[in-house]
Every structure is written in C-alpha cells, then in structure tokens.
Design a protein around this ligand. Structure first.
Ligand code: G6P
Ligand code: ZN
Length: 627
C-alpha cells in the first residue's frame, strides 16, 4: 500500500509554542440545536439541515463526549467511517475525520470513496485488524432507505465495538449532550483525505512527535470474506450455473452495488447482467432505494408482479427464477421468486427452518435462538416451537437483537448463538454481524434453493413429497422454486397472512393524538367484540431488555384478538420529517393457505381502521405504501 505524502502546515503565529501543525485542535463555540434525538436508527433529517453550520459537528462532538464518558478508549483503537454514498457523504466524512483527530483519535479507517454498507461496517468493526488496532466504533452516514439528495434526507449513526448500533443507554446520553453542547473540537488544518484510492495517509505534527493515520480501506473486502466463510459458495454456484435458473439483484443505486458485483460476478462467476442498478449514486437515481413492492418497481415488474404482489402477464418475456433488492445502505432485502413475493416475516421463518443447510449454523451445532420485532408476524415462532429454539419478541430496531446475541454471560452461560433474527421491515440477519444484512439474506435463500435442488437431483424423495403438498406436476428434475419452498412452509406450519399499511408524511400532532387515544382506551377495549373478532388483550408494548435491564416503553399499540389475529399501530422512528403511522395486520390460518393476502385480511383491516379512527385524526385512511 502506498503512503501518501502530506504537506506540513507551518504553525501560525498564534500557534507558537505548539508544534502540532495539522494536528492542532481548535475549539469552536456552538450552542445546542434542538431535535437531535436519534430515532429507531440514528439521527435523520433533511440534508440541508445537516449542512447548516454546526449541525453535524454538534452531533459528532456529543457522540465523542458520550463514548468517552462511557469509557471507550478512543486513543488506542481505530475509528471507522463509511456511508451509503448519499449526497453530502464525502463532505461529512472529511469533517468527522478532522473532529476525530481533534478529539484524540489516532487511527481512522474510511471506506473507499466514502462507501461502506451498514452490514459491512459491522463486519469491519468485528473482523478487521490485529486486536490492538480493532475499531472501537464507527460513524455510519446513512438515512437507510430514505431518499437522498440535496432536498432529501441525510443521517448519521454510531455503532459500538461489538459492531452493533449504539444501545438506547448511549443514544440517550448523546441526545442529552446535544442539549447542552457549547463547544466542539476540530483540526481545521488537517488535510482533506483523497478517498478514491486505498492506502494510508500519515499526518504528522510539525515537530514530528505525533502522528495520525487515516487509511482508506476496501469497502467490500471484510464483508465479502465473512460471507464466504458463512455460506457454501460452491453449492450456490452450482445452482446459479443451472440452465433453468436465472437471477437478478437490484441494488437500487445504493451502496450495495459493489458488494453484489464482488459476490455474484467475481466470486460466483455470473454475468454482470445479474447486477441491476449497481452503480451507487448520491441521489439513488432520484428514486426511493427501499426494497418493497412499491419502490423496487423495475425489479418487481421484471419478476412478473404488480405493486400488490399479484401476478402480471409478461407476454413472451421469460421471468427470472430469483430476484432480490437492497436498500440505500444495503442492510435490507426483498426476496422474489418467479411471479412470487416472499413477505419478510415468511422469509425469516423459512430461513430459520433451513438454517442447518448453511455451514455457519451447521458447524456450530445448529441454530440456538431466533428473534423478531414485535410487529413482525409470528411465523418464525411456529418454527422455533417445532424445532426447539428459544424465541424473543423485541421492539422495532435492530439494536435490541444485538444485546441478545451478546448475551452469553448474562443468561448464566446459556448461549443464544448462532442466532437468526428479522423484522417485517425487510431486515434479516444473524449473529455473524450486529446489523441486518441484505446480501446475507439473499445468499441464505440461494443456499436453500441450492440445497433443495441438489436434493431433487440426487434423490427421488424431494422436498415436495417431504412437505406433503401437491407435487404431481413436478418432474423429479425440474427446478424447485421460491414459491415451492414458501408454499411447502405454509403447508407444514400454516400461513400468517400479513400486511403493513404506511401513512407517510402525515401531521405529527394528529398522529400522536390518535396513538394517545388508543393507549388510553387500551384496557377498556379488552374483551370488546368488533366485527368477527373479540379483543383478548389491548396494550402498549413495552420491553425489558433481558441483557441490560433497560425498559423500552410505548413501542406500539397492540390489539390481540382471541383467534390469534393481531392489529398493531406504531409511529415510525425513522421518518425524516412529519410523522409516519404504521398499521400492521396479521391473521393466522392453519388450513386456508391459498388465499390472496389482501382478501384474507380485508375484514381485519376494516376493524383496524375503525379501532384507530385514523381518518378522524390524520384526515385519511388511504395508505401511501402497502407492504
Ligand atoms: C430501520 C431499522 C429497523 C426498523 C426500520 C423501521 O431499518 O434498522 O430496525 O425496523 O428502520 O423502523 P420504523 O421505526 O420506521 O418502523
Ligand atoms: Zn437500511
């Protein structure tokens, strides 16, 4: 690796007596800026807000103050910085570097071109470098699936030494610090780092006594190496090379493009055409880089579906066997088969039931624990019950899973790893990192398909006969599809019909009033009959973290029906501006597994709209997105 030369800044007259030169910190006066409370996943605001003077700086300094108070030794290890490439990413990185140096950080790693996906950050914190160099934490510059660009959203979050998002305890301190910040530190003369090429830049103080190293590192290396150690790439390649199998991966112009190319083209030998929208753009090409049926429009059509997940006629055009998409920062995934949508909750359940086909789990004696966020359907619970795993129900937000994965000491030596977890919001992952991992989920699905298809080839006892659903039209060597696998799953476990309605950009006051009203009347609603349902219990979900004991309250209003159906309302914690109401609907059917989801859920949706009186509070009962 090449060492870049750096001009030494001659000390200014006012610096005489100090020989720090480019490493000389300056104290800048500031004042608290309101509204810097991190949400479900970091601080997200309009990009322009972030570009206002001191906005980013206040948050970054508040974070340094919080991690120092927590005992993080920032002088010894490494600070990692990377982002999803959205507008303002590179400028923010240069500012954070200068502030990190002023705060005493001596070694910084930055993803090439400023890019690093959220799961790759987590992997890099956990995997990179000898022990004395390992990252103590990372700043991730992302607003995830929110649109990017000068008029859209920007975001920042801090991840800790375990590779996971800062826990509530830390984000609360960061927030408190933002309310009483009056100064921050920065080295204005520290040179801007060229992020386009990998390699270290050593910056020395004028007297040569101190040195800081900023190293631009490969964005993909650590993560892809980790993925290769988890999955059987030869088996996956066997599937991808079949003549009757085809796939396409849509990175939606987010950060995952380079990762997809590395995995599918370089490692698995597939043509470039497998990778769609794989050049990262700072505005995600003007689109909404969120992998769902509404926003991944191009892919969805290619897979023969409409935005409601219904099959469409594609004429003579052959539909791919497998399609997947990612969000802006690469931690989300959507899985599609030929004219078939896999709901994230079902995807989680299927992956958990097939964990044994993935070397990472097999080599550790099999899966030991699963978790889902509260609004995620209970499909995975049925798998856990059947196969004997422990199952946890946590509030929305990946940070709650991280604690469970690191729980070994807490649960009297009972270890919940290896562990799989997921959310209805298109997030799935395991304890290989402490974030959800879009590519991991895709490789998990390809592993399952590879396994089933090699079984069909090698034995007459196919999945189809094992799972006892109609296999009469399958010849023994035709492809086992995504749809076959999901339908096989439903045949075995029953189906958790599920949908989420989002009401985006609504007025905050009205939305909050609606939630308050439901919260107040929760107890009174218990036992009430409505439509064909009787409410067995209504409450506001709260969670006591079994690991650190913190209690998260007001995590969603739940109406739990006597027949097991659920209606849940939450306010999103990731909305950049205004409020987003989320309404989650779930109904379990043991036998009737072939209905159209929207039709199966129609009755329960009406009950939900009535219980919430949503139209009265936010002026509409028409959702902006249905997933
Ligand atoms: C991010 C978080 C997830 C969460 C999702 C939706 O992706 O990492 O854990 O499920 O946002 O959160 P929200 O609060 O908007 O429903
Ligand atoms: Zn994301």
């Amino acid at each position: 690796k090449r060492e870049k030369s750096v001009a030494i800044v001659i000390a200014r007259p006012q610096d005489l007596g100090y020989d720090l030169g480019p490493l000389k910190p300056t104290t800048v006066k500031t004042r608290p800026i309101e509204g810097q409370k991190p949400g479900t996943s970091g601080l997200r605001k309009k990009t322009k807000r972030f570009m206002e003077s001191n906005y980013l700086e206040n948050f970054v300094q508040s974070t340094f103050n919080a991690i120092k108070a927590r005992g993080t030794n920032i002088v010894e290890g490494t600070l990692l910085i990377g982002g999803d490439g959205r507008y303002f990413n590179k400028e923010a990185i240069q500012t954070i570097i200068k502030m990190a140096v002023a705060n005493g950080v001596k070694r910084i790693w930055v993803g090439q071109d400023g890019l690093m996906s959220t799961p790759a950050i987590s992997a890099t914190i956990r995997e990179r470098g000898p022990i004395w160099q390992q990252a103590f934490g990372a700043f991730i510059l992302t607003a995830s699936h929110n649109p990017g660009g000068p008029d859209e959203d920007f975001g920042i979050k801090y991840n800790c030494e375990n590779g996971g998002p800062a826990p509530d305890i830390l984000t609360n301190t960061i927030y408190e610090n933002t309310t009483k910040i009056y100064k921050y530190f920065i080295c204005p003369e520290f040179p801007s780092i060229d992020l386009s090429e990998c390699g270290p830049t050593n910056v020395k103080s004028t007297d040569g006594m101190k040195q800081v190293c900023v190293e631009v590192i490969s964005s993909t290396e650590n993560h892809v190496t980790l993925l290769k150690s988890i999955f059987d790439f030869d088996a996956i390649r066997g599937l991808l090379d079949r003549n009757d199998f085809s796939m396409v991966y849509d990175a939606m112009h987010g950060v995952n493009g380079p990762y997809a190319k590395k995995v599918f083209v370089d490692e698995l030998g597939q043509p470039e055409s497998v990778c769609m929208n794989c050049v990262p753009k700072d505005d995600f090409n003007g689109a909404h880089a969120d992998p769902n049926l509404t926003y991944a429009k191009e892919l969805v059509e290619l897979m023969g579906l409409d935005r409601k997940g219904a099959k469409i006629d594609t004429g003579a055009k052959v539909v791919q066997s497998f399609g997947a998409a990612a969000d802006g920062d690469g931690d989300r995934n959507m899985i599609l088969g030929t004219r078939f949508f896999v709901s994230p909750s079902d995807s989680l359940a299927v992956i958990a039931s097939y964990a044994h086909v993935i070397p990472f789990f097999r080599s550790q004696g099999g899966l030991k624990g699963v978790a889902r966020s509260m609004p995620t359907s209970g499909a995975v619970d049925l798998v856990a019950k059947d196969l004997g795993f422990d199952v946890f129900e946590t509030p929305t937000g990946w940070k709650y899973f991280g604690n469970l994965m690191d729980s070994k000491a807490i649960f009297q030596g009972k270890d919940y790893t290896p562990f799989i977890c997921g959310e209805e919001s298109f997030g799935t992952g395991s304890d290989h990192v402490r974030e959800k991992d879009g590519l991991w989920a895709v490789l998990a699905w390809l592993s399952i398909l590879a396994y089933e298809n090699s079984k069909v080839e090698s034995s007459s006892k196919s999945l189809l006969s094992i799972l006892a659903f109609d296999s009469s039209n399958k010849s023994s060597n035709s492809l086992v599809t995504v749809e076959d696998i999901v339908k096989g799953h439903w045949a075995k476990y029953g189906r958790n019909y599920y949908c989420r309605w989002d009401f985006e950009g609504v007025e905050k006051a009205g939305a909050e009033k609606m939630m308050d009203k439901m919260r107040e009347s929760a107890t009174a609603n218990t036992g009430k009959e409505i439509g064909q349902y009787r409410i067995a219990k209504a409450d506001d979900f709260s969670y006591k973290d079994p690991v650190d004991g913190t209690v998260a309250k007001k995590q969603g209003i739940r109406f739990l029906m006597e027949d097991g159906s659920r209606i849940i309302f939450r306010l999103s914690g990731t909305a950049g501006s205004g409020a987003t109401v989320r309404m989650y609907i779930e109904q379990y059917e043991k036998e009737k597994i072939d209905m159209i989801a929207s039709e199966a859920l129609d009755g329960l949706v009406k009950v939900a709209l009535e219980l919430s009186a949503i139209k009265t509070y936010i002026g509409t009962d028409e959702p902006t997105v249905i997933t």
